[in-house]
Design a protein around this ligand. Structure first.
Ligand code: NAD
Length: 484
């Protein structure tokens, strides 16, 4: 295990070269499963940031001029390298982030798929040519071009996938990039940078700057009008600040922000499917996912049976260090995150909610919280309004379809909703009414490299993945041609 950490890069990746921070400073990365230090990583300073910005700007023109096929082949090789090294990538992620090895393996596959998907999209960017429809005389030529140098900011919960989802389309489109990985999980992204270099990514196209101060990296980049795009995945609170920071230079923005997903189970649902979907939607990634089901609204006639079966499933999940055999639920990322889960559950209990399993943090090293089901949760409980980011399922009931939709939409967020029913008319009717960017119908898993991932309202704007994903990195240009 230490051997793996030993050989992983821990320096800044600056325009294709590894080096220490300008002043030599470093910060510690810890294993949330036992609180021990794994290693130290270079802490990017102002001078490093300036250099990365200049390098991204300097490389942009030549990179944009490369053949799309060439960029696609770099991505394809990177997909292959990720696939070949899946075990190392998975273990590294489990060590720095905590999720079980099985979950890390699944993330490696999912993350790599963005490279394969965008290797295929790189060659499909096209424009159009046509008569000027209004005047009839001239012609118009519409083409798409890379937006230019980008700043990409990623969170700690999916250290690889949130990176490849941005890097894949940026590379395919021909943009240069500066990446600011989450301070808690920089190792996966640094390793990915080395892998992209091996896959043939030219020097200068990518810099990865881990840092203890996010604004030290992002602030100067957004203050520089030569940087043309910012893509952010993280909390709504930080997203709002970044929108303001993009205002002076009007950089293009993609905002993948927080969620508070409702899960609706109607009485005509298959209970087997609903419970299985509930466990997936809630427990994937220890509940630390923007698409985690946060509020379970169940039609009253099936609520008791749903709770009984969900409790059975949740209480049988093994909790422990992500590398242990059979572990399904790893630690939360740090003490703050664990304390937030404690606070939200205690608040619900104080207002009258009850637990059918769990309800407490676990003793010992590491930030563990027991898988928890809450019932009788009153409408004013904070857990129904705030993203819990932990293994807690609060269940409430509804009587009618209208009430279900009202409860589901009673949130500032609009990332995803899950609905379980065997009535196709109802699935379409309710699905079309819900104010979210994504809907899982009889499934607890919506993430897919081929699909447009993203939200509405306080969950942000822009889409990652699918045919839409590359458009975020392309500007449209039109030439008016006078034809005599
Ligand atoms: P966060 O907002 O605290 O941090 C995200 C990233 O932004 C990190 O790299 C962090 O260092 C950086 N950051 C923090 N403050 C910054 C600042 N002032 N300027 C620039 N960068 C700054 O979020 P987090 O705790 O790492 O991640 C959890 C959040 O991310 C949750 O709200 C979750 O819902 C959301 N999330 C959303 C998606 C999505 O696709 N919608 C996916 C995963 C996570």
């Amino acid at each position: 295990m230490n051997e793996l950490i030993e050989r992983m890069p821990k320096q800044i990746f600056l325009a294709g070269r590894w080096r220490d921070a300008a002043d030599g400073s470093r910060f510690a990365v810890r294993d949330p499963g036992n609180e021990r230090q794994l290693c130290e990583v270079a802490d990017a300073q102002d001078a490093d940031v300036r250099e990365a910005i200049d390098a991204a700007v300097a490389a942009q023109r030549e990179w944009a001029a490369t053949a799309p096929r060439e960029r696609g082949e770099i991505l394809r090789r990177a997909w292959q390298l990720m696939t070949d090294r899946a075990e190392d990538l998975a273990l590294l992620m489990t060590l720095e982030m905590g999720k079980s090895l099985a979950e890390s393996r699944a993330e490696v596959t999912y993350a790599a798929e963005f490279f394969r998907w965008f290797s295929e999209e790189a060659v499909r960017v096209d424009g159009r040519y046509g008569r000027n429809p209004a005047g009839g005389g001239g012609r118009m030529l519409v083409s798409k071009h890379p937006v230019g140098p980008c700043v990409l900011i990623t969170p700690w919960n999916f250290p690889l996938a949130m990176g490849t989802r941005k890097l894949g389309p940026a590379i395919a489109a021909g943009c240069t990039m500066i990446v600011k990985p989450a301070q808690l999980t920089p190792l996966s992204m640094l390793n990915l940078a080395g892998l992209l270099r091996e896959a043939g990514l030219p020097d200068g196209v990518l810099s990865v700057l881990p840092a203890t101060s996010a604004s030290r990296v992002v602030g100067p980049a957004l203050a520089d009008a030569r940087i043309r795009k910012m893509s952010f995945t993280g909390s709504t609170e930080v997203g709002r600040k970044l929108v303001e920071q993009c205002a002076p230079n009007l950089q293009r923005m993609s905002m993948e922000l927080g969620g508070n997903a409702p899960f609706l189970a109607f009485e005509d649902a298959s209970l087997d499917d609903a419970v299985k979907g509930a466990v997936t939607a809630k427990m994937r990634n220890n509940g630390e996912s923007c698409v985690a089901a946060n509020r379970f609204h169940v039609q009253a006639s099936i609520a008791d049976e749903f709770v009984r079966r969900l409790t059975e499933e949740m209480s049988s999940m093994k909790v422990g260090h992500g590398t242990e055999d059979g572990v399904k639920v790893g630690p939360l990322i740090n003490a703050d995150q664990r304390d937030k889960v404690i606070e939200l559950v205690d608040d619900a209990l104080a207002r009258g909610a009850k637990t059918t399993t769990g309800g407490k943090a676990l003793d010992g090293d590491g930030y563990f919280y027991a898988p928890t089901v809450l019932t009788d949760v009153p409408p004013d409980a904070r857990i129904l309004h705030e993203e819990v980011f932990g293994p807690v399922a609060p269940v409430t009931t509804f009587e009618t379809e209208d009430e279900a939709v009202r409860l589901a939409d009673d949130t500032e967020f609009g990332l995803v909703a899950y609905l379980f029913t065997r009535d196709l008319d109802r699935a379409v009717r309710v699905g079309e009414r819900l104010a979210t960017g994504m809907i899982g119908v009889n499934t607890g898993l919506v993430s897919n490299a081929a699909a447009p991932f993203g939200g509405v309202k306080a969950s942000g704007f822009g889409r990652e993945g699918g045919a839409e994903g590359i458009e975020e990195y392309l500007d449209v240009k039109y030439l008016a041609l006078a034809i005599k």
